[in-house]
Ligand binder design. Structure first.
Ligand code: SAM
Length: 216
């Protein structure tokens, strides 16, 4: 079975004996990998669309996995202590968690891999009563992915940490990421400056964001 480095990083963050709910399980590769590793206690694979759900059901028919055709975490029970939300946009991740806050009472760990709006995800999950335990950058098919583990509790973070990551400078891929991201931000700023819709506030915000990434 071929599993991506991104999903391997997600799996590596999950605690021993966890009772996992994987929201947006899709192909079920994470489920198969975690079961083969023998690390977790149980796993619930969740999909909200019937097409992907029937493929998921078929892929996992030989594995001890609970399946749920439901929206986000709306149907998880109190045995679940770990939520995985991988391969989704940050806004969707936040909506899934925010629309069922009561379901987070028994949750000890949330592991996410958001491909956009990662700052909003860090801010939101911290507001929901978690802190960032660790992060890992994965570079796959030309994209940098940030896999993040949150644990129950509270810590304060700087704007830079919400924006770029917690202890992210220690990651071996950070310098490569920073170089690429700075190029992107600078060319966006140049484009923005020459646009008729640009404002001095907008320019300042973009310059400050570039400054924070340079300074990290
Ligand atoms: C791009 S796939 C990611 C699959 C896998 N988690 C990964 O990281 O490779 C996102 C999956 O999330 C599912 N999804 C989107 N919104 C959802 C929701 N509210 N509840 C459950 N599943 C959802 C989609 O149907 C899709 O299969």
């Amino acid at each position: 079975m071929k599993i991506s480095d991104r999903l391997k990083a997600v799996a590596s963050f999950i605690k021993e004996n966890a009772n996992v709910a994987d929201v947006g399980a899709d192909h079920g590769l994470l489920e198969i990998y975690l079961i083969n590793e023998g690390k977790i206690n149980s796993i619930l694979a969740i999909e909200n669309k019937s097409g992907p759900f029937s493929i998921l059901k078929n892929n996992l028919k030989d594995y001890d996995v609970k399946l749920s055709l439901s929206d986000g975490i709306s149907k998880i029970d109190e045995t679940v202590d770990t939520i995985v939300l991988a391969g989704m946009g940050g806004i969707l991740i936040n909506n899934i968690l925010n629309s069922n806050k009561a379901k987070l009472t028994n949750i000890k760990q949330v592991v996410v891999d958001a491909h956009r709006d990662i700052k909003l995800v860090r801010e939101n999950i911290c507001k929901l009563g978690f802190y960032i335990e660790q992060e890992k950058i994965v570079h796959e098919k030309g994209t940098y992915y940030f896999v993040i583990s949150f644990l129950k509790g509270h810590r304060d973070y700087s704007l830079s940490e919400y924006e770029w990551g917690y202890k992210i400078k220690e990651d071996p891929l950070f310098e490569d990421f920073r170089k690429e991201e700075l190029n992107k931000l600078v060319s966006n700023l140049i484009k923005y400056r020459s646009s008729s819709k640009s404002t001095s506030v907008g320019i300042k915000q973009r310059e400050e964001q570039i400054g924070r990434l340079e300074k990290l």
